[in-house]
Write a protein that binds this ligand. Structure first.
Ligand code: SF4
Length: 398
């Protein structure tokens, strides 16, 4: 899925005076922007800072499963509370009483559940297929994130512990497709499966081996490729040996926007600086130019970001890179929640004069840039890419 923030030039950890946001995750090496050397990811400083887990809500079967036991054992100080379902946990999911606490909840709470319905859905834009995710929710807190729209706003990571069933489902799906009959923009040869629709696989890899298991599974499937977008640089992923069968899509946006909107993520310069390390470790590395937020001066900010990509990425990264361009969509309910904890983000995200609303099937009011304005912004961004980073093939833009 997705797109992510952090506030103005302030790495002190007190963002907008909200201590709850916690410091930037460890991993940035000031000055170089390069990620630190790989360390055992599950016990890394990044994991401890981003996920100081104190409370685990668990369905009994999930808690008893090997993956569940593994996760619980890693947090001996956490209270484990049994729940009947990983959905609708009172006091956790939903809005009430949690607006000020919801970012803290993201770091201090995990939910363990079993994914009951396993389905792979066709997509055709970002990937050919959307795989059943092994998680839902995220420890980061991008102000525009669509994941909480369905789940309630305090939206910590739910880990699905029945990874073996998910892998078996995927194996059957991959076998059922056979070879890809013809190239498309997703990939010239492989069927591409998005494995991170409702979370961030790099963060999930701080919690347990679900991401590693997926990366290892796709290595055995020559007709398929895993793909996930991320805003977090987790050096632990460098040790997974994906052998070209996993595509990492680093989401990037101008650093000023990111500091305002991408709460708790890795700084954009660090994501860009990590690209070569991920390529050298065996990943395919693409970029998500997303979300594109139209605000005064946005064109200049994107031009600078594209110049930065052009300056710092080595030729071997550029040769294989491609990008998705995704214009911001927003949502009235999320807008109202954000006003409670991060109103400055809404100055740029909520622009009724530029946006049109569409009521979705579940009654939510989603907004996106008006047709004319959106088309023009997409054209502007495409020409900026052509002028500033002509090596960056735009796979699709919408
Ligand atoms: S990084 Fe997490 S919070 Fe941000 S957009 Fe992605 S899933 Fe949402």
């Amino acid at each position: 899925m997705h797109h992510p923030a952090g506030p103005p030039d302030d790495d002190s950890g007190t963002l907008f005076g909200l201590d709850a946001l916690g410091p930037r995750p460890a991993g940035a090496s000031p000055g170089t922007g390069r990620p630190p050397r790989a360390e055992p990811h599950l016990d890394s400083a990044a994991a401890r800072r981003l996920l100081p887990v104190r409370e685990i809500f668990a369905e009994p079967a999930a808690a008893a499963s090997p993956r569940g036991r593994q996760i619980i054992a890693r947090h001996p100080g956490a209270r484990v509370t049994p729940v009947r379902s990983h959905w609708n946990i009172p006091g956790l999911h939903g809005n009430e009483g949690s607006v000020e606490r919801w970012v803290r909840i993201k770091g201090e709470t995990l939910v363990l559940g079993e994914k009951k319905t396993l389905a792979t859905r066709p997509n055709g834009r970002s990937a050919d297929w959307i795989a059943p995710g092994t998680s839902n929710g995220c420890a980061m807190a991008c102000a525009y994130c669509y994941v909480p729209r369905r789940k309630g706003y305090a939206n910590p990571v739910t880990v699905f512990t029945n990874i073996d069933r998910i892998l078996a489902h995927l194996a059957r799906h991959v076998a059922g497709q056979g070879r890809k009959p013809e190239p498309n923009q997703c990939d010239p040869e492989a069927w591409v499966y998005d494995i991170g629709e409702n979370g961030d696989c790099s963060v999930d890899a701080l919690i347990c081996d679900n991401t590693a298991d997926l990366v290892h599974a796709f290595r055995q499937w020559p007709t398929a490729k895993a793909s996930f977008a991320t805003k977090f640089v987790n050096p632990g992923l460098l040790a997974l040996d994906p052998r070209g069968r996993t595509r990492v899509r680093f989401s990037v946006m101008p650093p000023d926007d990111s500091r305002l909107l991408d709460v708790r993520t890795s700084p954009v310069a660090e994501r860009v600086a990590a690209a070569a390390d991920f390529l050298d470790a065996g990943y395919e590395v693409h970029f998500n130019l997303s979300p594109v937020v139209v605000r005064p001066g946005w064109e200049g900010a994107w031009a600078e970001l594209l110049d930065h990509l052009d300056d710092v990425l080595p030729p071997r990264v550029k040769r294989q890179a491609a990008a998705e361009v995704i214009m911001l969509t927003h949502n009235r309910e999320l807008h109202e929640v954000n006003l409670g904890w991060h109103p400055r983000a809404e100055d740029v995200l909520w622009r009724p004069e530029l946006q049109q609303a569409k009521r979705s099937q579940n009654g939510a009011l989603n907004v996106r840039y008006r047709d004319g304005a959106k088309g023009e912004a997409v054209r502007t961004l495409r020409s900026l890419v052509e002028a500033r980073a002509p090596w960056l093939r735009v796979r699709y833009a919408f």
